[in-house]
Design a protein around this ligand. Structure first.
Ligand code: ZN
Length: 242
């Protein structure tokens, strides 16, 4: 009987400890490139991982109508999510038009209410791309709106390291990345044409491969990815010298 109870507890343990992670990016591709290795890792551990792309990023391919590229980006986003073991949701906004209104934040809050995440990942507050900065503001407000309306599942919000969002970003939390996480990241990243096509003008694969090595060296691990958090979250209060 005791053995049966132990076996039952062991079977239930992963389910009981499983988290739900919601990664919210301005454009399809943002969260996979910045957080994909962690998302793959956590998915393998049994967590539920959900990607929410506020826009498809459909205005990024020169000479291709946004409607045509949107269809391509949606297919690519679905393939990338599959490579990471994630579900994928799409927002209603167009590339370049991600708003910062309370109405938009309430739409994101409704997604939070539906998904019930414990951890939310999104952009850092500063960016050379207005949609990224808008996504940050939307998510911060959405977490607040969701909490006010009774959804208090979100325990943490982490900000991803993105080459476009680097101003004043300080790596604070480091997560070790295994080779198989990096392999899944590669599958997800390569699902998007823009990561390796000349038209984007940026070598995403080389940048994020290199970044994982740099953050890994800093963390005394082979590979790692880093996140920042709200400055108030870094406050430590002690009653005596440690
Ligand atoms: Zn973006």
């Amino acid at each position: 009987m005791r053995l049966a109870l132990c076996l039952l507890a062991a079977l239930l343990a992963p389910a009981l400890s499983a988290r739900t992670i919601l990664a919210i990016g301005a454009h399809a591709g943002d969260m996979e490139l910045t957080c994909g290795a962690l998302l793959a890792h956590q998915s393998r551990l049994g967590d539920r991982v959900v990607l929410l792309h506020l826009s498809l990023g459909e205005r990024g391919k020169p000479g291709v109508p946004p409607e045509t590229y949107a269809a391509q980006k949606k297919r690519e986003a679905e393939a990338a999510a599959k490579a990471l073991g994630a579900e994928v949701l799409f927002g209603p906004w167009q590339d370049g038009d991600v708003p910062t209104t309370d109405e938009a934040a309430r739409w994101v809050a409704a997604q939070i209410k539906t998904v019930q995440p414990n951890l939310v990942l999104t952009h850092w507050k500063n960016s050379i791309h207005k949609d990224h900065a808008a996504a940050h503001r939307l998510v911060v407000n959405a977490v607040l709106f969701a909490a006010i309306e009774g959804t208090r599942t979100v325990r943490s919000v982490y900000y991803a390291e993105n080459w476009e969002d680097s101003e004043a970003f300080q790596p604070y939390l480091y997560f070790a990345v295994e080779d198989r996480d990096a392999e899944d990241w590669h599958k997800a990243a390569l699902a998007y044409e823009f990561t390796h096509a000349p038209f984007s003008g940026f070598d995403y694969i080389r940048y994020y491969d290199g970044l994982r090595m740099v953050r890994g060296a800093e963390a005394r691990r082979r590979l790692a990815i880093a996140f920042d958090i709200e400055p108030t979250g870094k406050r430590r209060v002690l009653d005596a010298l440690p």
